[in-house]
Design a protein around this ligand. Structure first.
Ligand code: ADP
Ligand code: MG
Length: 333
């Protein structure tokens, strides 16, 4: 649905060239929720703004649907941009207009009739659950409500793609979750492809299918959220994973243990099965659980345990074999 090919963007700042995005290529599939995570200044906003050409890439091509946007005239681009909605960290609402008029704004630009606009705005108010607030001004709304207005406005022209620039970064955790649920809902109900950028791993874990990690303008890691989460490779990715999972083995705790230390990873329904107990039972092996997390990524439950197995080598190997036979990933710590 979205194809970025060799995107570079540099800015001239006081005679110097700053490379904000360095040769980024990625593909977002239709119907997917794709997240790009990176620290402040990594180039996330610049990259996202290249997708709808609010920033013109210095080089590279942007394709949305089957249309190469980088090859279009300004007039053609204006029309294609209606297929791409965007929401922002600070909402960017018109403060002198009501909720209804904010949502109607892109429809007015698209020159719909008054009756059509009213009908569409009513649908959108319902979708984002703001029917009661149609005549309020942005200053009378909470942060979460403001972002709902932003979402309704972004969806007004029935776009195929929604771009989200740190859409929950100005919100408290509870409001963040309600906005993330709304995005999931929109993705599922309307089939809209979502490309979001964030510096919060929680956002990636809650709603994304795939993730790319960006550092200093470059993609350093990319893959299914589940895979990147459980096996982060780049140091920047590991930092982000540590934000949400207590997965870093606590050195203090693990030092001086005499048994075999293993990290076991469960995914899906296995998470709730007594697999460790069943594997150990027929052997004389004893175990201690030193660290553990059980959580969920989007709809998939997963668990990660660090355990110590105490017993003869042969018996410990037998337990490891039984765990692997059940589909667990087992590795030495
Ligand atoms: N309009 C601009 N002019 C000059 N430099 C910019 C401009 N926009 C962004 N930059 C620089 O590009 C880099 C990436 O910025 P940005 O894309 O905003 O990062 P992020 O969204 O990840 O925080 C930063 O070094 C920033 O200072
Ligand atoms: Mg930014």
């Amino acid at each position: 649905m979205i194809k970025l090919h060799n995107i570079r963007k540099s800015y001239r700042v006081g005679g110097l060239s700053v490379e904000a995005v360095r040769d980024v290529s990625l593909t977002v599939h239709k119907g997917e929720i794709f997240g790009i995570i990176g620290h402040s200044g990594a180039g996330k906003s610049t990259l996202l703004r290249c997708v709808n050409l609010l920033e013109k890439p210095t080089s590279g091509t942007v394709t949305v649907g089957d249309m190469e946007l980088t090859g279009l005239s300004e007039g053609q681009l204006q029309r294609q941009r209606r297929r791409i909605g965007m929401i922002f960290q600070h909402f960017n609402l018109l403060s002198m207009s009501t909720v209804r008029d904010n949502i109607a704004f892109p429809l007015t630009l698209a020159k719909l009739s008054k009756a059509e606009i009213n009908k569409r705005v009513d649908e959108l108010l319902k979708l984002v659950q703001l029917e009661q607030h149609a005549d309020k001004y942005p200053a009378q709304l909470s942060g979460g409500q403001k972002q709902r207005v932003g979402i309704a406005r972004a969806l007004a022209n029935n776009p195929d793609v929604l771009l989200c620039d740190e859409a929950t970064s100005a919100l408290d955790p509870q409001t963040t979750n309600s906005i993330l649920s709304l995005l999931l809902d929109i993705n599922a109900k309307l089939g809209i492809t979502i490309l979001l950028i964030t510096h919060e791993m929680n956002v990636i874990r809650s709603i994304c299918d795939r993730v790319a990690v960006i550092d200093k303008g470059e993609i350093v890691e990319m893959g299914d959220v589940l895979h990147v989460f459980l096996k982060p490779e780049h140091p920047v990715t590991r930092d982000f994973v540590d934000q949400v999972a207590d997965s870093g083995a606590n050195g203090q705790l693990l030092r001086g243990r005499k048994g075999r230390l293993l990290r076991m990873t469960y995914i899906g329904d296995l998470t709730y099965e007594p697999i460790l107990y069943n594997a150990v039972k027929p052997t004389g092996v004893e175990f201690a659980i030193l660290q553990g997390t059980v959580s969920r990524m989007k709809e998939t439950p997963y668990g990660q345990l660090i355990v110590e197995l105490i017993g003869s080598d042969a018996e410990v190997e037998r337990v490891i074999g039984a765990l692997r036979a059940e589909g667990l990933e087992v590795e030495a710590v």
